[in-house]
Design a protein around this ligand. Structure first.
Ligand SMILES: [Zn+2]
Length: 678
């Protein structure tokens, strides 16, 4: 069987790896895709005026090593590494006291003690598998899903609690579509490289884990076939990802139902029972993101499809449990995923343990990080830069010539009401009511995982129909120990996480120009999201409401379309195309952020532009395995990193003039061809 598997993997890899540009050919006619490992060699020309990103980063690229078990490396990845190393140290630190530290240690032991896990083998999963195998009717499917003692229950819909989109002061239950195995429903009618990769992954992982859990190879093949058949039935009623980028997307999500109306919409499908079995109480109203899907459930959830439903639940449960059992199962699952993604080597036991502990105990881990690494100085630095950025955007919005007064006023009102979450919350999250059986009490990782899921669902259920405390930083949905900074349109907030504040993005030893080129441009980028195509659909309190006049919105769209068309012209590798529509929002933000920071720079005396631009190019350096870039380009809404540097900087006279860039140089874009929206 192993031989067969290897042969399959090779085929998959050959088919999926993008062809490298031969001899460093510049496919898009402007810049080499320097993100792909192997594209840049000693001989590759790297002139400042032709390819600034490559000029700054070439030496780094030539010596960059993608770590064992990883698919990419770069500045962001280095900062993530620092964060992980700190968290691993916290996870292992026996000197820490308190309930958070105790939970973390108990879970860390369950995750990392391979002797203990090997002694349990696959036994913890067997009650789940036996219960699934007994299913022989639709009634039995329902009974399984409604029995909360089953440790892994996968429902044919998504259920979550969040702030209401229209009245963001109230928590509401959101009903959505299930996660499809091929990620995008469009893959079921027209399969892309990314869809092929996901399909192969489910087939290979499914075959391995199911046989490990006692299925014969024939039985496993049948389970997988049936699971895909059900997924395809569901996909017929799920909107394709492309619709998510359309201007009316958020408005299309606003469909409200009372419990009675929801049950009527779902017909024979026992939706309210499922909700309660999942652990959420029945609230006063539901937000249904895709009512067509819920209305189609009675056609999918039928007696004829009972075997398909059972096998879909079985495959999902098996894959979820595959990483929580003994070492052999864990290692095989990792090896199969790595081979498909082209990842060589294995990630360390510490990294794997950390991932499990973070997934299950996000709030306790976050508390430990805050106590160990967050400082008042970091917070003050962020508040200072945010203050400068907001002040600039106010000036920009006051002066931009294509906005009418009505839209301009609303935009400024939004800016004036911006909430700021800088680095860490005022009060730590409280998970003191959570407990689970540890090693001493014969616990298992799978049982601990189920206990945490129940606990979290309980916390979420308690919120339904209650008021949202907008000034409270909820670490369950937003951990500060993550390498991230983002604008949240749903409460009009800018959020700078502690985890991003290290290495080449921000550190206390940087010059002011470097700080602006690093974390400063990130903050400028994020705040610009308040006013872009997504941000325009949420008002100053985060309620969905389009505050743009039709005329101004059309002007914005015309400018965005010009930008998208320009990005359409980039070719990530031979034979692939690039979607300007997919990346337009983030590209607009990159350029908006740069414009903002350049305005702040212009107010400084003797500003060190060279350090500023180099720092910006350093932030976005990256080396990626080819197969990983295939999945990234298919789904990432951010431009590829070499474009984040070059395409952004080429829009600005401050950059062009500072380095004396001329027509004919690769970094030169004529003023009439520039695409910055702001
Ligand atoms: Zn963004």
């Amino acid at each position: 069987m192993m031989k067969q598997l290897t042969a399959l993997l090779l085929c998959a890899l050959l088919a999926l790896a993008p062809a490298l540009a031969e001899g460093g050919a510049i496919l898009d006619g402007r810049w080499l895709n320097a993100d792909i490992q192997g594209n840049v060699t000693e001989d590759t020309p790297a002139e400042l005026k032709d390819d600034f990103g490559l000029f700054v980063n070439k030496d780094w690229i030539l010596q960059a090593q993608i770590p064992a078990g990883e698919s990419k490396t770069g500045t962001m990845e280095d900062v993530m590494r620092t964060l992980k190393d700190r968290q691993i140290a916290l996870m292992k630190d026996d000197s820490l006291t308190g309930h958070d530290a105790e939970l973390v240690r108990k879970l860390y032991a369950l995750v990392s003690d391979w002797d203990y896990r090997d002694a349990q083998g696959v036994e913890p999963a067997m009650p789940v598998i036996e219960a699934l195998r007994r299913i022989d009717s639709l009634e039995a499917v329902t009974a399984y899903l409604c029995d909360r003692s089953n440790l892994k229950r996968n429902y044919p819909l998504a259920m979550a609690v969040g702030a209401d989109f229209i009245d963001p002061d109230i928590y509401i239950t959101q009903i959505g579509t299930p996660a499809l195995m091929l990620q995008d429903s469009a893959e079921y009618t027209q399969r892309t490289q990314a869809g092929e990769l996901y399909a192969t992954m489910y087939e290979q992982l499914g075959t391995y884990v199911l046989t490990r859990l006692g299925y014969s190879e024939d039985e496993a093949a049948q389970v997988i076939e049936n699971a895909f058949a059900l997924d395809a039935l569901m996909a017929e009623h799920v909107k394709p990802m492309a619709t998510h980028y359309q201007a009316d997307y958020f408005a299309s999500l606003l469909n409200y139902y009372s419990p009675e109306e929801l049950q009527a919409l779902a017909g024979d499908f026992p939706i309210l029972d499922m909700l309660q079995a999942y652990g959420l109480k029945v609230g006063q109203r539901f937000l249904v993101t895709e009512p067509d899907y819920i209305a189609a459930l009675p056609q999918i959830y039928t007696e004829e499809n009972a075997a398909l439903l059972r096998d879909w639940m079985t495959l999902k449960a098996a894959l979820a449990m595959g990483t929580m059992l003994d070492r052999e199962t864990y290692k095989q699952v990792e090896a199969i995923s790595n081979a498909l993604m082209g990842v060589t080597g294995e990630s360390s036991d510490d990294d794997n343990a950390l991932q499990s502990v973070l997934n299950m105990l996000p709030v306790p881990m976050d508390n430990l990080y805050i106590q160990a690494y967050c400082t008042e100085q970091q917070r003050q630095d962020m508040l200072d830069i945010i203050g400068d950025v907001v002040a600039y955007y106010r000036t920009m919005l006051e002066s931009v010539d294509w906005l009418g007064d009505e839209t301009r006023e609303k935009a400024i009102e939004k800016l004036d009401n911006l909430r700021v979450n800088a680095v860490y919350p005022d009060a730590l999250g409280d998970w003191s009511a959570l407990d689970f059986a540890g090693m001493e009490d014969g616990g298992s990782l799978l049982a601990a995982n189920a206990a945490v899921q129940d606990y979290v669902n309980g916390l979420q259920s308690d919120k339904i129909d209650t008021a949202v405390d907008k000034d409270k930083w909820d670490q369950l949905t937003m951990q500060t120990a993550q390498v991230n900074a983002f604008y949240n349109p749903q409460n009009n907030s800018i959020n700078i996480m502690a985890g991003i504040l290290s290495g080449n993005i921000y550190n206390e030893d940087m010059s002011y120009a470097q700080k602006l080129g690093g974390i400063g441009t990130v903050i400028g980028h994020e705040i610009s999201h308040a006013f872009d195509t997504n941000g325009s659909q949420f008002d100053k309190d985060g309620a969905i409401s389009n505050w743009w006049t039709a005329e101004d919105y059309a002007a914005f769209q015309a400018r965005a379309a010009k930008l998208a068309a320009w990005y359409d012209g980039f070719i990530p590798w031979e034979g692939a195309s690039y979607s300007g529509q997919q990346v337009q929002t983030e590209a607009i933000a990159d350029m908006g952020g740069m414009k903002c920071l350049l305005a702040i720079a212009a107010q400084q005396e003797n500003f060190d532009y060279d350090a500023f631009f180099r720092e910006f190019a350093t932030v976005w350096r990256m080396q990626s395995l080819p197969a990983y870039l295939v999945t990234l380009v298919a789904s990432d809404t951010h431009p590829m990193r070499y474009l984040r540097t070059n395409a952004t900087l080429a829009q600005f006279d401050d950059f062009i003039d500072f380095y004396g860039i001329q027509p004919g140089d690769g970094m030169y874009v004529a003023p009439e061809d520039r695409v910055a929206v702001w």
